[in-house]
Design a protein around this ligand. Structure first.
Ligand SMILES: Cc1cc2nc3c(=O)[nH]c(=O)nc-3n(C[C@H](O)[C@H](O)[C@H](O)COP(=O)(O)O)c2cc1C
Length: 209
């Protein structure tokens, strides 16, 4: 089995990873993206309004870090600082403490919204070889973050019902976190996501149904 498949990447299921793209002058942007491995290529879809879309289109290069860490996902969505480092053989940084990372270059962009990027993996590094047991808390936090990132979009589109639905889904995810872990960090992140979501929705002029 090929290395990227062994890391869990698949053509059928999106793997949620942290993409790092170059802003310039030694600055980088990190954002969660869903990626699939199709044949030899990595395929991801980026909404045109995202910074990641503009940066990847411009530089044609990124790193994808596989990290089983709700804190890293939370930080990248909230634009908080993330520890990074550039491993040997890489030209760009990856997330410090990640399980594995890939540097890749764009070979094709199919425009649309989202636009589809096809990337060729150039270099892969693996740090973690021990399996991790599944839990409910980490996926629930990632799911809550996905709905959180949609709030501004629904707000701009004036979709009050969708906004209301997103908040309810976030509440459901937070409930799953609170029922599945005593870890104060994860519980804190979940409650912060809910707090930020309600604050964002309150700023939106769309009235929920
Ligand atoms: C787990 C997860 C997966 C995501 N996957 C994608 C994706 O595949 N494509 C995309 O455009 N946005 C995706 N998003 C939303 C972006 O990460 C989010 O809008 C982010 O704020 C964009 O940041 P940027 O403007 O710095 O690129 C995802 C969010 C989360 C939490």
């Amino acid at each position: 089995m090929r290395l990227l498949e062994r890391l869990g990447l698949s053509s059928q299921t999106y793997s949620e990873v942290i993409m790092i793209t170059e802003i310039g002058q030694g600055r980088y942007n990190a954002a969660p993206v869903g990626v699939r491995l199709v044949g030899e290529l990595l395929v991801l879809r980026l909404f045109r309004e995202s910074l990641s879309y503009a940066l990847l289109k411009r530089s044609g290069r990124c790193t994808l870090s596989l990290a089983w860490s709700p804190d890293i996902f939370y930080r990248s969505v909230m634009n908080l600082p993330i520890p990074v480092r550039t491993p040997s053989g890489f030209t760009m940084p990856i997330v410090e403490g990640c399980d594995a990372a890939v540097e890749a270059e764009v070979v094709e962009v199919v425009e649309g919204d989202p636009a589809t990027f096809l990337l060729k993996p150039l270099k892969t590094v693996v740090f973690r070889r021990m399996p991790r047991a599944f839990n409910r808390a980490v996926p629930a936090i990632i799911e809550a973050l996905v709905h959180y990132t949609r709030i501004p979009v629904y707000c701009r589109m004036g979709l009050g019902e969708k906004l209301h639905e997103a908040i309810n889904r976030i509440k459901y995810c937070v409930d799953a976190v609170l029922h599945s872990t005593r870890d104060p960090v994860m519980r804190g992140i979940a409650l912060e996501i809910l707090k930020h979501s309600i604050a964002l929705a309150d700023l939106c002029r769309v009235t929920p149904p």
